[in-house]
Design a protein. Structure first.
Length: 336
């Protein structure tokens, strides 16, 4: 099955052999662009959730010795007759109409399209939610997949993101204004805390590319009508050009990738991007993307069929590998 994704933008983010947490967030920070927005507070809790970090036990306090108090025998007092008070019935409280709740739910950022395994989210309220197909995603959520789970989310601007296993992805700032008459349709600012994903970008960067940014601790990735692949791991970011003009940027400089110069990297904190001549092997890995919108989530049979057709081999690309044919990625989805 071939599914056309023309006029959309496709790129991948994939972690290498050393995970973000192994390097540690603090040790692998520094040198990104000045306007890079850090993850919201839920990201740290989400990373702990992914790593199943145990709580640090509190040391037991030594028992305090109680002072010795001499026992004093009380002197009995003669009984006193107390008059019984007359009971007084209090007036009934006035009946007050209860006003309806004015609590406003946060605006929806997107919906879950499909899940294999367990998909969790740590919200802005620091509570953990277990999600399934059709569940809502909100701004400041941190999306968490474990070693046995993958998932896809569609945002309200039609951006689609498929998350690989062992991933923490922070929805740092998201606002979509479809009726905007200005040069901006909103903000799409995300942080890859750990793991990998693939995405088809939507309407926000199409209207203004400066409203779109995916951050890592050492570099930022922007789009200019772009399809690209990117990898982050071991304090290194790699980017591969597919279409348009992907931009890899740090505080030390930037590189715009082209067809004649398709690879670039940032090799550590506080480093400038450099051109790379050999394609990293990790870009051969792919994740399936099923076309969807928040108003049109495919049924489970359609999702299974599209994913398995796209990754099962043959057919010239489809939703799995844009612009390429042949062997597929060997990724089969089954829903219980």
């Amino acid at each position: 099955m071939k599914i056309s994704l023309s006029n959309n933008v496709i790129f991948f983010i994939v972690i290498g052999c050393m995970s973000y947490a192994q390097v540690s967030y603090a040790a692998c920070s520094g040198g990104s662009v000045a306007n890079a927005t850090p993850p919201s507070p839920s990201a740290a809790l989400a990373l702990d959730l992914l790593k199943n970090k145990p709580e640090v036990p509190t040391a037991a306090k030594p028992k305090e010795k109680l002072p010795v108090v001499p026992v004093v025998t009380p002197v009995p007092t003669p009984p006193t007759t107390v008059p019984t008070p007359t009971p007084v019935t209090p007036p009934a409280p006035p009946i007050v109409a209860t006003a309806p709740s004015t609590a406003v739910k946060p605006p929806m950022a997107g919906k879950v399209v499909w899940v294999t395994g367990t998909l969790k989210v740590v919200g802005a309220d620091k509570k953990v939610r277990i999600l399934q197909a059709g569940s809502l995603i909100y701004p400041e959520d941190s999306i968490v997949t474990d070693a046995k789970s993958k998932a896809q989310v569609v945002f309200t601007d039609d951006s689609i993101v498929t998350f690989n296993n062992n991933t923490v992805f922070n929805v740092t700032k998201y606002e979509y204004k479809p009726d905007s008459t200005t040069a901006s349709a909103g903000k799409y600012v995300m942080n890859l805390v750990e793991g990998s994903f693939r995405t088809v970008t939507g309407k926000i960067p199409k209207k203004n590319s400066f409203d779109y940014q995916v951050n890592t601790p050492i570099a930022a990735i922007g789009v200019r009508g772009t399809g690209y692949a990117a990898a982050f791991g071991g304090c290194r970011v790699d980017v591969k050009h597919y279409t348009g003009k992907p931009v890899l940027e740090t505080a030390k400089g930037s590189i715009v990738l082209t067809g004649s110069s398709p690879f670039a990297a940032v090799t550590g904190p506080n480093m400038a991007p450099i051109t790379v001549k050999v394609e990293p092997a990790i870009f051969k890995n792919t994740l399936p993307i099923v076309p969807a919108t928040v108003d049109s989530i495919p049924t489970m049979p359609d999702i299974i069929s599209k994913i398995n057709d796209a990754t099962g081999g043959g057919g010239g690309g489809g939703v799995c590998t844009p612009g390429s044919g042949g062997g597929g990625a060997g990724f089969t989805v089954k829903f219980q």
